[in-house]
Write a new protein. Structure first.
Length: 301
């Protein structure tokens, strides 16, 4: 397992993190004992970064992770969650309430990173005037250590980064084999400001794993299929042979601090952990990937 310093926070984190959406049962029904096994095994494999949210399973992901970390495991991880769900306004009161509910579900009195979830769904002025001050209040109270922001809207993410209010950013499906648009401005700006970078959905919401999320439309699936044909030179011989190069593509980037693996399966967890060994794509393959879609519009609008 590789480790790195999480931007200006100074936290030491594994470059592979455990993503909590599948743990909430958002993709399939999950057995409770299976969840506990996955969380415990992730720690045994050296993963020390766990990311979740109230939205995942409508609280079930946080509850399950909280139970799995009980009994002295909480202090072994850098624990990240998110504030509020998109179906609530990000008012000061709602942020404070959301944080308290998350702490209760996670069975802890603090989280290392509290992120604003999908800020593209909320007015910018509301977040500046109410949401960020609420997070700062929670920080003063010792309930959160650092602030983060998440969105796949890269121009909006850049706008929030320029406020200097956030210690970490998280985007998804924006630095992967099929779409690496975050490499243009966002990742260089994060490096300049020493902001930690979390990369989510590196398998393109299941597209690269050949198990696309049900909500993805036919147009996106068709475009992804065309792009994947151009990546055939990377494909491994085993089934779903683009998973390994897809993971390594993100893990090898020096300015991506954490690449998330969203899984509730021990088998895929072990496989993805094995890719976090410091070995990236061959240089010629990496350059070829970066030449394929450099001038191509983002896969996801």
């Amino acid at each position: 397992m590789e480790y790195t310093t999480f931007g200006r926070t100074g936290l030491r984190v594994s470059k592979l993190g455990l993503g909590g959406a599948p743990i909430g049962g958002d993709f399939r029904d999950i057995d409770e004992s299976e969840i506990e096994q996955v969380v415990h095994e992730s720690l045994e494999l050296g993963i020390n970064f766990i990311d979740t949210a109230p939205l995942y399973g409508m609280g079930k992901s946080e509850e399950r992770i909280g139970r799995a970390l009980a009994g002295g495991r909480r202090d072994k991880v850098v624990l990240a969650t998110k504030a509020v769900r998109y179906d609530f306004e990000y008012t000061c009161d709602n942020v404070l309430r959301s944080a308290e509910e998350s702490l209760k579900r996670l069975q802890t009195d603090y989280v290392d990173l509290m992120q604003l979830h999908d800020v593209e769904k909320q007015p910018y002025e509301l977040i500046i005037n109410e949401t960020i001050p609420a997070l700062l209040k929670l920080k003063e109270q010792g309930k959160i250590r650092f602030l983060g922001v998440t969105t796949r809207d890269l121009p909006l993410l850049k706008r929030y980064m320029e406020t200097n209010a956030f210690d970490a950013i998280q985007f998804y499906a924006r630095y992967m084999l099929l779409d690496y648009s975050a490499a243009n401005e966002i990742i260089p700006l994060a490096r300049e400001k020493n902001i930690a970078v979390i990369n989510g959905s590196v398998l393109g919401m299941g597209l690269i794993a050949e198990s696309p999320a049900k909500f993805l439309g036919e147009e996106i699936r068709a475009e992804a299929a065309q792009r994947m044909e151009k990546l055939a030179f990377l494909r491994r011989s085993e089934p779903k042979g683009l998973i390994e190069p897809g993971m390594r593509f993100s893990l090898q980037h020096p300015d991506i601090h954490v690449t998330l693996t969203g899984t509730a399966s021990s088998r895929s967890l072990r496989a993805n952990a094995s890719y976090c060994d410091g070995v990236g794509l061959a240089p010629e393959d990496h350059e070829r990937v970066l030449s394929l879609f450099a001038d191509t519009p983002s896969l996801f609008a």
